[in-house]
Design a protein around this ligand. Structure first.
Ligand code: PXG
Length: 465
């Protein structure tokens, strides 16, 4: 077969893609008809496609390219590491320098006594580790029946069998025989969609107390852990009311339930602190990390655990690990990414410059006729689309119809802004400048206006009964 290059005509690349490549989370049949957009290169916050279009990537890839695209330092570190030691495992009484350095650096950055890292190749694997880790922890403490993990509907924790079971995505649970046993789901703190007549504060408390109800119903001696994203990402950038997290922390403490913060999206600066747990004020026993750990330049994730958990697990042989746990190239790339985040004070840039500027403009979107609430934490934000903002009405059309129209307008206007149902979301690179934020809003308003015109024209601006 001839070499496949960026210089082939788009249609040929699309035809080969359609013939042989199965895309994740896609209806591949209809995608093959339409043809996937071919991304060829990227720099800063802009992607370039095979037609030479420049696209503003307000999703940082898949919530991960925190330092932006095109940082040569990471490429150089990867090449150097590949030449020196491209691979070795850490299973059989061996270790290597990149993994030692990265684990030590993560322990330094992570709050409190979260000082020990078990590596994986991404967030799904790390959450699978967490399932086995918390169950092994309680078994080692003489409580093998304390093995139920509580999670939330509309949470995203990954796509492997274990992590998708933890997640609360109805569409995923409908396929492939999940969830696995002993995973229990409570409702999410999504006030806009589910808060009814309650104030956000009342609703936050009510939703947190569902955890207490579940523990009492299942039995304190049966529940091992509660897992949650500090801010739900893939579920639509759902920001819990202020009352929610303090109550969750109180309940976990009271019933001795391990708190797992899934920091795969929130970690490494996204919320304006190193970790989302710091932003929402919780003290987790375990953190899941991935994505921003390497800014997506190499696949790596992991579970950070406390001294106490590491000690208990260390008392036995933990029969768990992946070929690529602590992969030396990925570890070296992640370490260089953390150096850049730290030395260039990118988390400070988020907190002091980018996020405040973005917040002011983002919250003003609530004045657009199509927009209900506008929520933002650091550099992750969402808007709820609605036919009537005063009543928080949903559209009469199938959920997602309106969001999809809006997403398509964004795509056509060279802006990657995603939809989750009828919510629009962004999670841009953290290095976004005020000038780039201005450019992003030109494209957002154009897309929203065009979407609104299309929705009215199609007679879809109707509220559900
Ligand atoms: N936890 C969280 C909070 C995530 O957002 C994972 C775990 C799984 O990580 P890996 O590296 O195994 O993918 C994620 C991943 C979307 C989307 O549509 C989001 C993710 C993955 C795929 C699609 O927003 N998040």
């Amino acid at each position: 077969m001839s070499t496949i290059t960026n210089h082939m005509p788009t249609a040929e690349l699309q035809a080969l893609d359609a013939a042989h490549h199965m895309h994740p989370f896609s209806a591949n049949g209809s995608l093959a008809q339409e043809g996937a957009r071919v991304i060829t290169r990227a720099k800063g916050v802009y992607l370039t496609d095979s037609e030479g279009e420049e696209i503003l990537d307000a999703m940082a890839g898949l919530w991960c390219v925190n330092i932006g695209y095109g940082r040569d330092e990471l490429a150089e570190v990867a090449a150097r590491q590949m030449r020196e030691l491209p691979y070795y495992n850490t299973f059989f009484k061996t270790t290597h320098v990149p993994v030692i350095a990265l684990a030590a650096k993560i322990a330094e950055l992570a709050p409190g006594d979260l000082n020990h890292v078990f590596f994986a190749a991404g967030g799904s694997e790390a959450n699978d580790t967490n399932i086995r880790l918390v169950r092994t922890y309680w078994a080692e403490k003489g409580q093998p029946d304390k093995n139920i993990i509580i999670s939330r509907h509309n949470a995203y924790h990954g796509s492997s069998v274990g992590s998708a079971s933890l997640g609360g995505m109805a569409g995923m649970h409908a396929q492939g025989g999940i969830p696995i046993p002993n995973i229990h789901h409570i409702n999410q703190p999504n006030w806009w969609a589910e808060g009814g007549g309650m104030s956000p504060e009342e609703f936050g408390l009510a939703r947190a107390r569902e955890l207490e109800d579940a523990i009492q119903e299942l039995g304190e001696d049966r529940v091992a852990a509660f897992i949650a994203e500090p801010v739900q990402g893939a579920g639509g950038v759902i920001v819990a009311p202020d009352t929610y997290w303090p109550e969750i922390q109180r309940i976990c403490d009271k019933y001795e339930i391990l708190l797992i913060a899934d920091e795969v999206i929130c970690g490494f600066g996204r919320t304006g602190n190193w970790f989302g747990s710091e932003t929402v004020g919780i003290k987790p026993d375990i953190m899941t990390i991935a994505k921003g750990l390497s800014s997506g330049y190499a696949p790596i994730g992991g579970s950070i655990v406390t001294d106490e958990i590491a000690e208990v697990i260390g008392g036995t042989e933990f029969n768990h690990g992946y070929t690529y746990s602590g992969h030396p190239v990925a570890a070296a790339v992640a370490l260089e990414n953390l150096r850049i985040l730290e030395e260039e004070k990118i988390v400070d840039h988020v907190r002091d410059v980018a996020a405040p500027y973005l917040k002011e403009k983002w919250e003003a979107l609530a004045d657009h006729p199509l927009v209900g609430e506008a929520k933002i934490v650091g550099m992750m934000a969402s808007i709820a689309l609605t036919p009537d903002k005063n009543s928080r009405a949903k559209f009469a059309s199938e959920p997602g119809t309106i969001g999809y129209i809006c997403r398509d307008r964004c795509f056509a206007n060279n802006l990657i802004m995603r939809h989750v149902g009828d919510r629009m979301i962004i999670s841009p690179p953290l290095v976004l400048t005020p000038a780039e934020i201005d450019e992003m809003f030109v494209r957002i308003y154009k897309s929203l206006d065009e979407a609104q015109a299309e929705i009215i024209e199609q007679g879809l601006m109707k509220a559900a009964a």
